[in-house]
Design a protein around this ligand. Structure first.
Ligand code: SAH
Length: 351
């Protein structure tokens, strides 16, 4: 019975690394080099079906269809900016769930922002992605395919990836790690780990676990407040992992990996954008090898949060700089197609 069960479940072929695929092929009586060909079809040629794999025999294709599921996202909608190269994609998963991804065009190349979960359970107050809770984790293949489909759509290479779309990547740890392995695989898309950023709301135990993986990726922390009290107000996760514990984990992350931490700080008018907030933030992160990214909050209609005016943003930035902290203000891209993270998905799912 157990045996039967095992064979009736199809393997998620695009979530396997090359070695795992080779081993499976051998167990199916196929040569390892066939596995390498199929791997190339999926991760370099971005084939959408087994039938496209033209150097694979008909009989092997049939076997593949029987044993494996090939994850390919369906593009439901694209909103392309007329101002810059930004485009927002809505993809449908095999089970009908929807996810969002964003392409940004920079001088240094194409960057794609991917979702790591369908929905989110972290409950950050200003974020639209979490309003309906978590539907489910994304598989490594579903994370990868957001990038593959966008690369096919634009006909240009994607060189940078940020895991900053819907979902909390460290709440989907094992799949995230497999995704990072496949994404940076030299036999796959081969994106340099230095060009990959993973953003977390601060799940401390998994930050510590990640530090031990010795990856060259950039870890970004969504901080958004400089005191425990204010952070708890904006981010429920802060009740579980306090700000001191979080800062200690950041320090240790740098010591273990040598990678500079990025702090994201969404400026919310009248809430966390005052001079005393900037001073407190400077004190909190002083001495840490880090970089601060200020993001004027993107208002969502479900909450009364507003953006600070331009002068307050500038003052906040200068206050930090006076303390020797490197700061950037997130350039607003795709202003004409915007809508805060998760709003496009939410609208579509509710229809
Ligand atoms: N869960 C991860 C990654 C997804 S959110 C994290 O928390 O980091 C990506 C970033 O966008 C986070 O810094 C998040 O706090 C921020 N964000 C979400 N909604 C926002 C909004 N309406 N305005 C500005 N930033 C927002």
């Amino acid at each position: 019975m157990e045996q039967e069960m095992q064979y009736s479940v199809k393997h998620d072929i695009k979530s396997l690394n090359q070695k795992e695929l080779e081993n499976l092929f051998v167990s199916l009586g196929e040569k390892p080099f066939r596995a390498r060909q199929v791997y190339h079809w999926m991760h370099v040629s971005h084939a959408a079906t087994f039938d496209e794999m033209s150097n694979i025999s008909k009989s092997l294709k049939e076997k593949l269809k029987e044993c494996f599921e090939l994850t390919v996202l369906r593009q439901k909608l694209v909103q392309r900016s007329k101002l810059d190269g930004t485009a927002k994609y809505l993809f449908e998963l095999a089970d009908g769930n929807m996810i969002e991804s964003v392409r940004m065009k920079y001088k240094h190349g194409n960057s794609v922002c991917i979702s790591s979960q369908a929905g989110c359970r972290m409950g950050c107050r200003f974020c639209a992605s979490t309003l309906d809770g978590l539907a489910r984790n994304l598989t490594p293949a579903e994370m990868l395919d957001q990038i593959y489909r966008i690369q096919e759509d634009i006909g240009e290479r994607v060189s940078h990836v940020v895991v900053m779309g819907t979902g909390e990547p460290l709440d989907n740890y094992d799949n995230l790690l497999k995704f990072l392995e496949l994404l940076s695989d030299e036999n796959g898309l081969n994106v340099s780990q230095r060009n990959i950023t993973v953003s977390t709301c601060g799940i401390v135990p998994n930050m510590r676990k990640l530090a031990g993986e010795k990856l060259q990726i950039t870890l970004a922390i969504s901080l958004h407040a400089s005191s425990q009290e204010k952070r708890e107000e904006l981010m429920p996760v802060a009740r579980k992992y306090g700000i001191d514990e979080l800062m200690k984990a950041c320090e240790d992350y740098f010591v273990q990996t040598g990678r500079r931490i990025t702090f994201e700080y969404s400026l919310v008018g009248g809430v966390n954008d005052q001079p005393q907030d900037a001073r407190q933030l400077a004190r909190l992160i002083q001495g840490l090898n880090c970089h601060v990214n200020l993001i004027p909050v993107n208002p969502i209609k479900e909450r009364a949060y507003v953006q600070p005016d331009g002068q307050s943003v500038l003052n906040f930035k200068q206050m930090l700089e006076k303390h020797g902290i490197t700061v950037t203000v997130r350039r607003e891209m795709g202003r004409d197609i915007d809508g805060a993270c998760g709003q496009l998905r939410r609208r579509q799912m509710n229809e």
